[in-house]
Design a protein around this ligand. Structure first.
Ligand code: NAD
Length: 487
């Protein structure tokens, strides 16, 4: 299929399968070359948000009556459209969100796979269940919730959107989506192409920042919110949802611990674990964000990690030599730099490693070299907060109970990992961890299977995405009971 991508990357508001001119346009800049304007994005004001919700509500009346089989057939075509866009759109995504080209391709192609997988499990899940006895007839049907607002971040915009879009649409809901202002272009293009094959108003996109997001979430005709982003924004989302008790699912931040057991193969695990820390410059919700190392193995571990990370190259995502790219924007760049300074001031040792891939362009993007923190207080900010940058604290421990306690002593609970040569030992520790998912001997972008539920405990979120649990977030169970013989 030929891509219909506007070469300039500009994007409009998308309502009722039509582009709507905005009153205001903002620049999207390349975080790896800040002087480059990747495109212009039209911001939706409350008026356009209202039009989008109205369109979704009109479409809902029709879409909910389309049979599940027909919905699946139509959505299969949308999945194919997304798949075909991967090659053409990946470079645009790199220039918006600073990913490597391979990661941008993976975001789009995995998004299409996840979309398909959800369609694959939808039919049996959405069937009504009937239970009948001599005296009783009971039916439980799965009904769509209604107009659904989806809000997503910039780091993996396609796969994160597809984890919401597929279950929402196949269950019979219609959607209004607000992309992140830092990665709106690729996502809006994908959605507008996927929508063309569906009845108008089933997919609508309103671009913008906080004000647009708030207008969408507080709209009285929105019945369900599915949000992915930071914890502090998640709290605001809950407040907006309270206006008319909207249903909510929240996928929020993480501060994932990795626990190294004393029998782990340190040399063997280091490359994979370091990927889990530094991919996307640490800007992944389930990146490894603190590592607990047995005191007896601390020096060996530190040296092995140092050796590995010394080889890293940082630069623009379109340079295929790089290990990771830039931070997303000035605010994040400043925040992480301040955190580095705070960590140094607190007495910890910060070791900077790796090298710029291209010294001549280094100052043109939000680049930061990878850093390992040792001699660190387990209660310090760098250990307790989600850093979302290429810096990792190594915390020593004396016995496993202490490591489990420190891992769980957190308001976060997205994912975690345990590393050992002994599966049973690792499993015993994994079962004690407070997280939505725990990996054994892995913890990077390859660890998440599309067949496992994803979500967090404590402040890392509410609900789960993917699998039947993900579908359940977009339906209402309606029970109908007929008592055949009154007692
Ligand atoms: P963010 O919370 O700043 O923004 C997320 C989205 O919310 C954006 O589209 C933003 O415009 C919008 N928004 C901001 N304020 C809003 C408001 N008051 N009402 C409605 N919408 C509002 O997050 P970010 O910087 O884009 O992404 C990074 C964060 O997302 C990190 O904390 C990361 O851990 C988290 N994240 C979580 C997951 C997960 O699956 N758990 C996945 C990716 C990212």
């Amino acid at each position: 299929m030929k891509s219909q991508l506007d070469i300039s990357g500009n994007t409009e508001i998308f309502i009722d399968n039509r582009e709507v001119r905005a009153q205001e346009y903002r620049e999207v800049r390349d975080p790896g070359k800040i002087s480059d304007i990747v495109g212009l994005v039209g911001y939706a004001m409350p008026r356009e948000v209202d039009l989008a919700v109205q369109a979704a509500e009109r479409a809902f009346k029709l879409w909910r009556t389309v049979s599940v089989n027909e919905r699946i057939d139509m959505l299969e075509v949308s999945a194919k459209i997304l798949e075909d866009l991967s090659r053409d759109l990946a470079p645009l995504l790199v220039r918006e969100n600073g990913a490597k080209l391979s990661e941008a391709k993976m975001d789009i192609s995995r998004g299409a796979t996840l979309f398909r997988k959800t369609l694959g499990i939808a039919r049996p899940f959405l069937e009504s269940r009937q239970i009948e006895s001599q005296t009783d007839w009971l039916e439980i049907e799965k009904k769509p919730v209604g107009v659904t607002a989806l809000i997503v971040p910039w780091n993996s915009p396609i796969v994160l959107t597809m984890g919401k879009l597929a279950p929402a649409l196949v269950a019979g809901n219609t959607i209004v989506l607000k992309p992140s202002p830092y990665a709106p272009l690729t996502l809006t293009h994908c959605l507008s192409q996927m929508a063309k094959n569906l009845p108008s108003g089933v997919i609508n996109v309103v671009n913008g920042g906080v004000e647009t997001g708030r207008a969408l979430l507080e709209h009285p005709r929105v019945r369900k919110i599915s949000f992915t982003g930071g914890i502090s924004t998640g709290k605001q989302v809950m407040e907006s949802a309270a206006s008319n008790i909207k249903k909510i699912s929240l996928e929020l931040g993480g501060n994932d611990p990795a626990i190294i057991l004393d029998d782990a193969d340190i040399e063997g695990l280091i490359p994979s674990l370091c990927q889990g820390v530094f991919t996307r410059a640490g800007q992944i919700c389930f990146a490894v964000k603190r590592i607990y190392v047995p005191q007896s193995k601390y020096d060996t571990f530190y040296q092995a990690m140092r050796d590995e990370v010394s080889n890293y190259l940082v630069g623009h995502g379109l340079d295929d030599r790089i290990t990771f790219g830039p931070l997303i924007n000035e605010a994040q760049f400043t925040r992480v730099n301040e955190l580095v300074q705070h960590t140094k001031d607190s007495g910890a040792t910060v070791t900077e490693l790796g090298a710029p891939a291209d010294l001549t362009t280094w100052n043109q993007g939000y680049y930061m070299l990878p850093k390992i923190v040792s001699n660190v207080d387990p209660r310090s900010k760098i250990v307790q907060e989600e850093q979302f940058g290429p810096i990792i604290p190594l915390v020593p421990y004396d016995d496993i109970d202490e490591a489990v306690h420190m891992s769980n002593d957190s308001e976060y609970g997205l994912s975690a990992s345990v590393w050992s040569s002994d599966f049973d030992r690792a499993l015993g520790v994994a079962r004690r961890l407070e997280a939505g998912a725990t990996f054994i001997n892995s913890h990077n972008i390859w660890s998440l299977s599309l067949d496992m539920p994803m979500g967090g405990v404590k402040q890392s979120g509410i609900g789960r995405e993917r699998t039947e649990l993900g579908l359940q977030e977009y339906v209402e169970d309606h029970a109908i009971r007929f008592i055949k013989q009154q007692p």
